[in-house]
Design a protein around this ligand. Structure first.
Ligand SMILES: [Zn+2]
Ligand SMILES: [Zn+2]
Ligand SMILES: [Zn+2]
Length: 99
């Protein structure tokens, strides 16, 4: 059974978006940051000033990614209130490099 059926995920994450800034575009704080996967908006997380959440409320863009955008960068959907990427593709490659 699938965890969360997020209709936003396929739609949004299939398009690669570059972050528009390296700091929060609202308050200028430098991390922890989230990037809107729809438009590339960069906002600070809820432990700071919640500008990522504000962006969602203003625009309705439901998907954010953790910054920096690396392999560990999870995806969060505000509407489904769940992480959308918790498979761990790293396991096989880890095992392979351990030999
Ligand atoms: Zn969703
Ligand atoms: Zn901010
Ligand atoms: Zn956005």
């Amino acid at each position: 059974m699938q965890k969360t059926e997020c209709t936003h995920y396929d739609e949004v994450v299939s398009v690669v978006v570059e972050p528009k800034a390296e700091v929060c575009q609202v308050c200028g704080i430098n991390g922890p940051l989230r990037m809107c996967a729809t438009c590339g908006f960069v906002g600070c997380c809820e432990s700071m000033n919640s500008h990522d959440t504000e962006h969602w409320k203003e625009t309705g863009h439901p998907i954010i990614r953790r910054m920096p955008l690396d392999e560990a960068s999870w995806v969060w959907c505000y509407e489904h209130h769940d992480y959308l990427r918790d498979e761990e593709p790293a396991k096989t490659s880890e095992a392979a490099s351990n030999r």
